[in-house]
Design a protein around this ligand. Structure first.
Ligand SMILES: C[S@@+](CC[C@H](N)C(=O)[O-])C[C@H]1O[C@@H](n2cnc3c(N)ncnc32)[C@H](O)[C@@H]1O
Length: 352
């Protein structure tokens, strides 16, 4: 049974408008929601799609998958895959899908994940220091913080939290765990608050550290470039990609990816090539949308949201594939284990 925590979708109308291109798919199109959450965007997209269209959703979180499974029972156009969106291409191939009409990604964590203290994402609510989106596998934040060296912690907190005081915080965590195992979000928030002298106005001193540890535990920036590259390969000509980011690190990856795919000739501009020999754009940047003041007033989570939309051109991808376009920063910290996925057989049969 899914939890009763609610999620209010961010930038809902512009995202759906960007994706639900009339006539796309010719009545038998396929769309992807890479981050189902509680299905706010998925429901709105399904409402716009036709009876013969399909929506394949992904989420790492078993509670999100449970919510999607309930919705799929009522709407057979929806299928849910319990997997990281980095494995989108393989998972869709297993469903017999090689091309799609639109892909949306609403990055980061959902309100139910933050609001449920038991998930360990929040410094506002004391709970076990977990922070995994996928609670069925992988190392928790507590397990990582128990074994990480000061240098590793400093690197993660500085890079993924863009935290000036990363070294002081890493040292405080190491000293704190010597005295008592670090097991709760409250303990971590307290250690950070004790180590950080200044704070940004209105922000808890542990905000950046919690963001950093969460990004590390879930390999968030590591998976995003793979998903973008897969999206490029999957989109049919005219197909749309819509990505909502919530912090500058992920938005930078999305922005640079779209820019590189939309202007692939930039790097060869000085080479003596004929126009026909220059790489041609495989994406067109459609635009960037920010939430309105009204949306932010009604939903503070929307405050930092940025939606970027791009459209696949008809130009075939170069042999090197989509990853050649990724210019995002390579993830710094090595991780254990790879995510497995579960593809629903009945849906696979429907596409066979
Ligand atoms: C911001 S919420 C999406 C909310 C959703 N659009 C809605 O309207 O309910 C992000 C969701 O994506 C999931 N998620 C984040 N990164 C993921 C990844 N790499 N692969 C699969 N799911 C991911 C999270 O577990 C979370 O449920």
């Amino acid at each position: 049974m899914a939890t009763t925590f609610q999620h209010r979708p961010v930038l809902l109308a512009p995202t759906i408008d960007a994706l639900a291109v009339p006539a796309a798919g010719g009545g038998r199109g396929v769309w992807v929601d890479a981050t189902f959450g509680r299905g706010g965007h998925a429901r709105a997209l399904l409402a716009r799609l036709g009876a013969g269209d399909r929506l394949v959703a992904f989420d790492k979180d078993p509670q999100a998958v449970a919510a999607a499974t309930e919705l799929a029972a009522a709407d057979p156009r929806l299928a849910i895959v319990h997997a990281g969106f980095g494995s989108m291409r393989d998972a869709l191939a297993e469903l017999g899908i090689g091309q799609v009409n639109g892909i949306m990604m609403d990055l980061g964590i959902s309100s139910p994940q933050i609001d449920d203290a038991a998930r360990g994402f929040s410094f506002m609510r004391d709970g076990p220091l977990d922070m995994r989106m996928d609670t069925t596998r992988g190392e928790t934040a507590a397990q990582w913080l128990a074994r990480a060296s000061i240098d590793e912690m400093r690197e993660v907190i500085a890079r993924y939290g863009e935290e000036r005081f990363a070294f002081q915080i890493a040292k405080a965590i190491a000293a704190g765990r010597e005295k008592r195992p670090l097991e709760t979000t409250g303990q971590l928030a307290e250690l950070v608050a004790g180590a950080v002298r200044t704070r940004e106005k209105g922000q808890h001193p542990a905000t950046r550290t919690f963001q950093a540890v969460r990004i590390h535990v879930n390999q968030e920036l590591e998976e995003l470039p793979h998903a973008l590259a897969a999206a490029l390969e999957l989109l049919a000509p005219g197909g749309r990609l819509a990505v909502i980011s919530f912090h500058s690190l992920e938005d930078r990856i999305v922005k640079q990816f779209i820019a590189a795919a939309a202007r692939p000739g930039a790097e060869t501009a000085r080479l003596p090539l004929r126009e026909s020999e220059r790489p041609q754009p495989v994406l067109t940047a459609v635009g960037r949308v920010l939430p309105s003041e009204d949306e932010v007033a009604g939903n503070p989570r929307a405050r930092s949201a940025v939606l970027r939309v791009a459209e696949r051109t008809g130009v075939p991808l170069p042999a090197a594939g989509g990853l050649a376009f990724v210019k995002g920063e390579a993830p710094a910290v090595a991780r254990r284990g790879a995510a497995r996925r579960r593809v629903p057989r009945s849906f696979a049969a429907a596409f066979a």
